[in-house]
Design a binder for this molecule. Sequence first.
Ligand code: PEP
Ligand code: MN
Length: 337
Amino acid sequence: MIIVMKQNTTPEQLKHIVSWVEDQGYGTHVSQGEERTIVGVIGDERPLDPTQVERLDGVERTLTILAPYKLASLDMQPEPTRVPLNGMSVGDNRVALIAGPCSVESREQILETAHAVKEAGGTALRGGAYKPRTSPYSFQGMGLAGLELLAEAREASGLPIVTEVMAPEQVSLVAQYANVLQIGARNMQNYNLLKAVGGTNTPVLLKRGMMNTMEELLMSAEYILSCGNNKVMLCERGIRTFETYTRNTFDVNAIPALKARTHLPIIADPSHATGHWEYVESAALAAVAAGADGLIIEVHPHPEEAVSDGLQSLKLDRFAELVPRLRAVAEAVGRTL
Ligand code: PEP
Ligand code: MN
């Protein structure tokens, strides 16, 4: 349930409502918008009696949230969530640009990439130190040594780090290095991992599973939000379909369809969505046109030598050339980049 407070509600009335709701055994989530204050009632399926709530001082009306996710819903929080990243707020007018290699491979590779991403106007550097690979025989990531190289690249370039965490027991270590914790597609429904990142204060980039619906993605976000971490960004990275010419099918629909339901920022990943560097630029431009709040793009100094995802990685100069084109599209749809 959502309790919409009257416009002239006093802080005492608000405090009273919150403690009254909590005394009934529910959690609360207060959202102070520009015009209205909303108190979200969080709890089990047993609803509060609306007529009882509406009799309390300061309450204008109550609404029932029909969606199974609550904290992630636009009803609960009509204002967009803004996630701080490198001095900007992801979810605001400016489109964020995260780029970097699929995997951290060496000092030279990550430093060269970091400088190039910075130079091109990137917001943050991505790079996997722990890699979820389809085959156990494929490169699994550099682990701690990779995290240390990411920290060195951040120091050298000033770019914050986006890196994947694969297991709950790794969260405290990875969070010491990461500015954003990435939850990979294969882990979207690893509920213990979602709870573990929900217990941190570090922003989370939650990727949509390759076979998951948008509603399942929002339910996974709800896990993180309900553990107290509200800095969640959703990532559309393509879904599996019958198509074979591309690695995945980029679900551009997900951008407006998620935006119609949630206040969380939406990031698009055209690299995993297409799987081929030749298509990455078009998909990236389309994502910005469709209203994405940010992009995460795989780039590599020598894609032909990459240990993972070289086929879908842009060379550094191609990435630099893409940025002004992305900016032009952003401006055409009333945004900046
Ligand atoms: C990645 O970002 O390199 C990655 C493994 O992505 P996904 O989880 O979307 O497959
Ligand atoms: Mn990758």
